[in-house]
Design a protein around this ligand. Structure first.
Ligand code: NPW
Ligand code: K
Length: 497
């Protein structure tokens, strides 16, 4: 696992390293400049002729230091200052003096197409407002030039916290970011603008006493170790029994995908509770699952009560539809069971009309809304949700004491204690029908094997994304289907046995 930080958090970590630990700012800067110079290499970058475009702050000062290092190594490196001299930082003033001492060339009006590489050192984590005027023109020229572009710390014009384009932004081929990835390099469109990402260790550490919950937590392959080892002596009951309440008339596919994914994620047994019209098709498609059914006017309280008693984990939602009758069933389960639950899709849409029901449950609970469903739960619009994202999702998870997986191009998982996981696996091919049902099944499967909701949800999102990446590699993003994501689970789970 690693952490991603906001611009403000990075500034605090910089200041802590300089003031409390005593490493001079210029030492950090020299390391930053050296690390970035090392990244200018074939095959992506040619050192034939390099332009360093530098702003007035310390991002610009990094660029000037890089120019001097390159110049002293015999590379043709020229500095173009775009900032306002009156706003130069102390470090910038010093770097300019040093560059002048070494006679590094400055240009006022660069011939953009004569460079093989452009270093973007205009704004870093200090970007504080929309980009306009001369800065806008310069960024447009960088993007139009034939040179390859390497951005220092973050592409200029990308918001370090949200990844949004602040008016205009540099499109980099590579970004070298210092100490910790900035969240804006992971969220879209920032992730796309950053190009290839390198994280340079320049000597800044997390504060030992700090509460890491304030940073974004990002899982990687090491977290697969959280998967409980399957005991050779175990039987199917030991690996958990999942009740999957899914599939209205004509929506058997959602029930199939979620249940299939749940078994493929390692659950011992799955029992589907679905509309009676789905009986034959589901029993044919997925004979490994058990089945009970309900009719048009009755959700079959007896069958549900018995199934809830049997299950270790309950998942409700994939393709169940919006029939108000189902709200009675959901209410009954929330009130009567303390077993771990995953609530998805139409279950959440039904609950958005009677939110007090969520408060009635007391067991561990994971909800998996996409942005539209999340907005509905918060009684707001998607655009308003995005403005305060993910703080509003964190607040919701905390207030309802549940784990909230908010699905988007970068899915976040917010825990009741405020921890926020940012998922880095997955791809655009997963924007396909049924992919969400697969996720519900994977999380339910992990819960069934005994993982707590706080781990099952972010790990499920991570595994689901990686399975999607495997599907994309095989089939491409256009043709991969939700069932291919399920097939992608095996190579990942196999790493554990
Ligand atoms: N010792 C350290 O701390 C280390 C820091 N490091 C490096 O420093 C970077 C942070 O430096 P920073 O804090 O000086 O901010 P930075 O990103 O250069 O931008 C501020 C400048 O931009 C300007 N400006 C902002 N928005 C604008 C807009 N829309 N349109 C126009 N102008 C705008 C703003 O102008 P002002 O608001 O003052 O008018 C100011 O001049 C960090 O990303 C890393 O690269 C590393 O070397 C490691 C050690
Ligand atoms: K930059």
């Amino acid at each position: 696992m690693h952490y991603a930080v906001t611009s403000e958090q990075m500034k605090a970590l910089d200041a802590h390293t300089i003031k409390d630990m005593g490493i001079p700012s210029l030492v950090l800067m020299e390391r930053a400049a050296l690390c970035t110079v090392e990244e200018i290499r074939e095959p992506l970058f040619s050192k034939e002729r390099i332009l360093l475009v530098c702003g007035s702050g310390n991002n610009g000062a990094d660029g000037v230091a890089m120019a001097r290092i390159l110049h002293n190594r015999g590379v043709t490196a020229e500095i173009f200052l775009v900032g306002n001299k009156d706003r130069w930082t102390e470090e910038m003033r010093i770097q300019i003096d040093i560059a002048k001492n070494y006679r590094v060339p400055f240009v006022n009006n660069p011939a953009w197409d004569e460079y093989t590489t452009i270093v973007d050192a205009i704004f870093g984590v200090g970007l504080s407002r929309k980009v306009s005027g001369r800065y806008n023109d310069v960024i447009t020229s960088i993007n139009a030039a034939s040179a390859r572009v390497i951005s220092v710390d973050i592409p200029s014009g990308i918001h370090g916290n949200t990844g949004e384009i602040m008016g205009t932004a540099v499109r980099a081929d590579k970004t070298v970011t210092f100490a910790f990835p900035k969240a804006g390099l992971y969220f879209y469109p920032g992730a796309e603008y950053a190009g290839e990402l390198a994280v340079a260790d320049i000597g800044i550490q997390m504060m030992e006493t700090g509460d890491t919950r304030k940073y974004y937590s990002c899982m990687d392959e090491r977290e697969l170790g959280l998967l409980p080892k399957r005991q050779p002596s175990g039987n199917k009951g030991d690996f958990g029994k999942v009740l999957m309440i899914a599939g209205t008339k004509g929506m058997s596919g959602a029930a199939f995908l979620a249940s299939n994914a749940c078994l493929a994620a390692g659950a011992g047994m799955v029992r589907i509770h679905t509309r009676e019209e789905n009986r034959i098709i589901l029993q044919t498609q997925l004979p490994e699952a058990m089945l009970s059914v309900y009719g048009e006017e009755d959700w079959n309280p007896r069958a549900v009560g018995e199934a809830v008693g049997w299950a270790d984990v309950i998942a409700i939602g994939p393709g169940i539809g919006k029939d108000p009758m189902l709200l009675d069933m959901i209410a009954w389960i929330l009130e009567n069971s303390r077993k771990p639950m995953v609530l998805d899709a139409d279950c959440l849409n039904l609950l958005s009309t009677q939110e007090e029901l969520l408060a009635k449950r007391s067991g561990p609970c994971v909800i998996t809304p996409h942005m539209g469903e999340m907005a509905r739960l918060l009684h707001t619009t998607v655009s308003a949700l995005k403005k305060e994202f993910p703080k509003n999702v964190q607040a919701y998870g905390r207030s309802k004491n549940l784990v909230c997986v908010c699905k988007d191009a970068r899915t976040v998982t917010c825990l009741p204690d405020g921890t926020c996981y940012l998922n880095l696996t997955g791809n655009e091919g997963m924007a396909t029908a049924g992919a969400g049902d697969v996720l519900t099944g994977v999380i339910a499967g992990l819960l069934a094997q005994g993982l707590p909701a706080e781990k099952a949800a972010p790990l499920g999102v991570y595994i689901h994304g990686r399975a999607g990446d495997i599907a994309k590699e095989k089939l491409g993003s256009y043709s991969m289907l939700a069932r291919d994501i399920i097939r992608g689970l095996a190579p990942i789970m196999r790493e554990r046995g």
